[in-house]
Design a protein around this ligand. Structure first.
Ligand code: ZN
Length: 82
């Protein structure tokens, strides 16, 4: 079964959160991600939040590095190296 993940580094936040969450199913992943968004990022659990989070689900495992927006690497903001 393919692992699924959500990488919080892709989700712009003021805290520069670097958490990545993975699970075997969309449902498990969504539940944990919603709890994380609510407890850490002070989002409100709502159908809109859930559909936004669903859009962040990727197949596979989280990459080791994701460039945060504005990282001082000389790479233009928004460009990823993978
Ligand atoms: Zn986070």
């Amino acid at each position: 079964m393919t692992r699924k993940y959500i990488d919080c580094r892709e989700f712009p936040s003021e805290t520069n959160c670097s958490v990545a969450i993975s699970a075997d199913s969309d449902e498990e992943l969504l539940e944990v991600a919603v709890q994380h968004a609510v407890s850490v990022h002070k989002h409100t659990d709502s159908p809109e939040l859930r559909s936004a989070i669903r859009g962040l689900i990727h197949e596979g495992t989280a990459p080791e590095h994701v460039l945060p927006p504005g990282a001082s690497t000389g790479v233009p903001v928004g460009v990823r190296t993978h």
